[in-house]
Structure formats: C-alpha cells, structure tokens
Design a protein around this ligand. Structure first.
Ligand code: HEM
Length: 405
C-alpha cells in the first residue's frame, strides 16, 4: 500500500519503528521493487524463515550479497560444509576457551580504552569506546595488530555498507570491492607468516585446521577473518552504544543495573529486542512459500525485518516500551535458540559469537559503571539513531565525575 513509507525513504531512516508497525498490521508481505525482494515483518514469519524447519529458506542470496566483499564464508554454506567450518571457531566463543583464554583479553581491552578517558569528565561513548572495543577484542583474538584498529574499523564499515546497499549505490559497491582487495593484501602475508610460526591465536587455529585432511586455502582463511571482523565489530559496537542509550534514557533502570549487575544480561537481551543492531537479514526461497496470506515464489529474495518482528505485539506486550524487567523475554535463555528476540537470528546460522558478545557487553557495562558512578548524558543531548540495515546511536556524549589518580 502506498501510504506506508518505503524502507529507502528518509522517514524510515529517521525512525523505522512506526513504519514496521504499519507493515505488520496492514502489509505483512510486501513485494518491494527497489530491492527486488519480499519484505516480511511479523514475528512468526521471520522466526519461521530463520528456523527453516522445512528447508524452504536458503542463504543462496549471500552469493551476491556477501561473496563479492568477504569471499566464501560460512554464511553462504549449509549442511556438513557449514557445520565443519563453523566448528573451527565456535569453541573460542563459548565455554572454557572464552572464560579462561579470552575473558582476560576482553577485560584488558575494556580497561585500556576506559583509562583513555576516565580522568576527563566527559567523552563520546560511541567514538571513544563502542566503535573500538569489540574490534580491538576480535583483532586480539585473531592475533592481528590492534594499532591498525582504525583501518579495521574503516574496512568493516565499508563491508557492512556493501551488505546493506539496498539502493544499489555504485560507489558503495566499488568501495566494498576495494576493501576486499585491501584486506586481502593485508592478510595474505600474515597468513603466510602464521603458517610458518603458529601462535596461540585464532588465525593460527584457522591456518592449522584441516577439513577432511586438507588445509584451508589462504583465500578461505582471509574470508573467515573478514567475516569475523565485520560480524564481531559492527554489531557489538552498535549493541553497546544502544544499551547505554536505552539505559541512560531510563534512569531508574540504569540505577537498577548499577545496583544489581546480574541485570546486565536482561539489559542486553532487552536492548537486542528493542533496538537490534542488525535490523534486517536476507534469505532466498527454495520453493514457493506461503507467508501471512501471500505467496513468495521460489528463487526470490526475502528481506526478514528483525527490527519489526522484535516489536510484534502478538509476541511481546507493550513492544514499544524498553523494559528490562519484562517477563516475556526470558533473559536466562536469551542466548539459546529459545531466546525470544531475533537479533541473533535462529537456526543453523544463529550468531556463533553471541556468547562472546555477551561477555564483551557484561565487561563493558561493569567497568564503565565502576569507573563512572554518576554517568549521565551531556546536558540537553537527545541521542539520534543512524542506519537502515544496521542501526545504532550516532553519538553518545556523556558526563561523569573524573576519576583522580
Ligand atoms: C551470524 C548478529 C556479535 C560472528 C549472525 C547473524 C546475526 C548476528 C543476525 C545471523 C546471520 C544470518 O543468519 O544470515 C549479531 C549481533 C551481535 C553479534 C546482534 C552483537 C550484539 C558477533 C560476534 C561475533 C559474531 C561478537 C564474533 C566474532 C558471527 C558469525 C556469524 C554470525 C561468524 C555467521 C554464523 C553462521 O553462518 O553460522 N550474527 N552478531 N557475531 N555472527 Fe553475529
């Protein structure tokens, strides 16, 4: 229907949530010419596409959406091919490896950044923390040189712009392909070096890994690292900024989290529901699929609107309220497939870094609240969100009593 603003309109970019509501209510399946895709917005429909019990939804769309900028990654794969490669990195992101080996890395990286501004009395949490912390962590885990963090940030921003290039802007497309070449030129010598001198890092793990007795190619390893930097950087960056924006806008909930750090988990889960960093994910239909009364033909691209599904009143009471105490989002199961919110997707591509992201957020919130007991937004500042494919606060100027010594 013409009265619903387009997802490429400035109105949508400013605030997509009223548009999502109109879609869920009156146009839950939209044939969208500009992106040559079908938009779906209801919780049940998006959940079904992600879980994909019937094998109707593939990630074949990633052959054109992801391949040109990353190369071949686990996002494009399915079945055993996918499972074997995903299992190469999954252990590092959960359980013992995460706790013993990487939690100290996470804690050190948070401390280093906070030390940079805790004596100042004010900072922009987006610039000085959120955009640096997750990328520094993943760079350290991979054994890359953090001194290059500004380049990593530039690269993953360009990669994400490519993935979210809904309007097909040729400049964004060209920049993405340049990024792929620059990243390859950066990584190939490192891969060669790590093959000769393995270290205790993820890049060395990937270099040594054998799949059915065969080592991965340099190209495949580079593609894996490219995915990890972008998937681990951009998303967690926006999640941390959104979490603080949400809590600072609800001082009583911020106070509750400050008092009881066990609530960080809920604050994170509710942030991912309310303001998901990845607002939309594409799939491709393998067969004709009936969705909310309409038919999506086989071979079509489906744009799954996570930001819309996460606020479906059929699933959440008062979905437009940020409430870490809501009882329809089970925080304790927020990182299992039964999570509720769809911010990490579901099914076989469910975010492999979800527990790493949670550990990063928990560390960040704990350290920032400890260092800044009176953290507040700069006077008169109203946070503004930016982005359509991924979305988060553009900046977050805060004030606090500077730490002495
Ligand atoms: C997959 C979101 C943090 C690595 C995904 C997917 C989503 C997502 C929605 C599914 C993509 C699809 O199904 O097409 C997020 C959010 C994060 C986050 C919101 C932070 C709050 C991380 C971190 C890492 C990571 C820290 C680690 C480096 C990955 C990888 C995949 C993935 C490798 C692909 C998994 C597969 O294809 O099997 N993420 N992610 N993510 N994520 Fe995350």
């Amino acid at each position: 229907p013409t009265q619903i603003p387009d997802i490429l309109s400035p109105e949508f970019a400013e605030n997509p949530y009223p548009v999502y509501r109109a879609m869920r209510e009156s146009a839950p399946l939209i044939r969208h010419e500009p992106t040559d895709s079908y938009l779906i917005s209801r919780y049940d429909d998006v959940e079904r596409a992600f879980k994909d019990k019937a094998s109707h939804f593939t990630t074949d769309n990633y052959d054109w959406q992801v391949e040109p900028v990353h190369g071949k990654t686990i996002l494009q794969l399915s079945g055993r091919e996918h499972a074997v490669r995903r299992a190469l990195v999954a252990p590092a992101f959960r359980g013992d490896d995460l706790q013993r080996k990487f939690l100290p890395v996470i804690e050190r990286n948070a401390r280093e950044l906070i030390d940079g501004f805790r004596r100042t009395g004010g900072t922009d949490l987006v610039d000085s923390f959120a955009t640096r912390f997750p990328v520094n962590v993943i760079a350290d885990m991979l054994g890359l040189d953090k001194a290059d963090h500004a380049r990593f940030h530039g690269w993953y921003t360009s990669v994400i712009a490519f993935l979210g290039n809904l309007a097909g802007d040729p400049e964004i497309a060209a920049a993405g392909e340049r990024t792929r070449a620059e990243f390859a030129a950066y990584m190939f010598p490192l891969i060669e070096e790590r093959r000769r001198n393995p270290g205790d890092d993820l890049l060395s793990t990937l270099c040594a890994a054998e799949i059915d007795g065969v080592r991965m190619s340099d190209e495949d390893i580079k593609a894996f690292c490219s995915l990890l930097l972008a998937a681990g950087g951009e998303t967690t960056d926006k999640a941390i900024a959104a979490l603080f924006a949400n809590l600072l806008a609800h001082p009583e909930q911020l106070a509750a989290v400050r008092e009881d750090r066990g609530l960080i988990d809920r604050a994170f889960a509710e942030t991912l529901r309310y303001t998901p960093p990845v607002q939309m994910i594409m799939r491709q239909t393998a067969v004709d699929v009936t969705v909310s009364g309409g038919v999506i033909p086989a071979g079509a691209t489906v744009t799954c609107l996570i930001g819309a599904a996460n606020r479906d009143p059929e699933r959440y009471r008062e979905p437009d309220a940020f409430d870490i105490f809501r009882d329809d989002l089970a925080a304790t199961t927020a990182f299992s497939a039964a999570a509720g919110h769809l911010a990490f997707a579901l099914g076989r591509h469910f975010c492999v870094g979800a527990l790493l992201a949670r550990a990063e957020v928990e560390t960040a919130v704990n350290q920032l609240l400890d260092a800044m007991p009176d953290l507040r937004l700069a006077d008169g500042f109203e946070p503004v969100e930016r982005g359509v494919f991924t979305r988060g606060p553009a900046s977050l100027p805060v004030r606090f009593t500077p730490v002495r010594g």
